[in-house]
Design a protein around this ligand. Structure first.
Ligand code: DC
Length: 233
């Protein structure tokens, strides 16, 4: 694994901006992109659709292993279309209901194991930017560059607040902050692949650096690593 094409991993909590950042880095480098959170969301959605209990680990593991998904990208910076069993579910997987289901299935080792090979399969020339929680620790431990992107809980709550407001959803900032605190505690405490920074990851904080500068910083780190020329196709 990991010898044929270089990998940059971007891990961190939700709301840190890692989705936007890693998508932009992939686009600027002309590399492939893995949104691993989308895979967990797809398993969650498929479980809801097939009426599989979110506690039933073995059938959920099987479902994750056989999941018929396709990420259709036109090579642009946008997300593209996400297909589950031939049906577009790009918007549906972003709902709160699916997020909650994703978070439950993501805690199950059988599901995580089943998705491992599929995630590694995204690593193809000329390179991969992988966005998630355990990209640098579990899925691509040999990645050439590992970033851990964070932001303060207040900042992340504020971003989520603005996002929901834009969608016309009325929410309370204090409630959002409370949810984020609880989710961080749960993500960090769960047994299977808890959110933690890899020992060899570089910590960046998007509370103090705007997203565009985080992107530039990662590209600069990649150029400086001395591997950029070596791996360019
Ligand atoms: O990043 P996101 O909100 O789309 O992730 C959806 C869920 O999947 C969330 O509960 C965290 C989990 N997840 C995970 O456990 N490991 C990953 N590599 C990516 C996401």
């Amino acid at each position: 694994m990991g010898t044929q094409a270089p990998v940059i991993t971007v891990d961190g909590p939700s709301g840190s901006g890692k989705g936007t950042v890693s998508r932009l880095v992939a686009w600027r480098l002309g590399w492939h992109f893995l949104d691993s959170g989308a895979l967990y969301r797809l398993v969650g959605l498929a479980a809801l659709q097939h009426g599989i209990s979110l506690e039933d680990e073995q059938p959920l593991g099987q479902l994750a292993g056989q999941l018929d998904v396709r990420f259709e990208s036109d090579g642009g910076v946008d997300e593209g279309r996400i297909m589950l069993e031939g049906v577009e579910v790009s918007a549906e997987i972003r709902s709160e209901q699916v997020a909650a289901a994703a978070s439950r299935v993501a805690a199950l080792p059988a599901v995580r194991d089943a998705l491992l090979g599929r995630q590694r399969g995204f690593c193809r020339a000329p390179g991969l930017v992988a966005d998630g929680r355990d990209m640098g620790t579990v899925v691509f431990p040999g990645a050439q560059l590992k970033i851990f992107l964070t932001a303060s809980q207040q900042e992340r709550a504020l971003r989520r607040y603005k996002q929901l407001k834009e969608k016309g959803i009325d929410v309370n900032l204090v409630t959002l902050l409370d949810e984020i605190e609880r989710r961080d505690a749960r993500d960090g405490a769960r047994q299977a692949a808890p959110l933690r920074m890899a020992d060899d990851a570089i910590l960046l904080d998007s509370t103090v650096i705007p997203v565009e500068q985080v992107v530039d910083r990662i590209l600069e780190l990649w150029q400086r690593s001395g591997l950029a020329g070596h791996h360019s196709s």
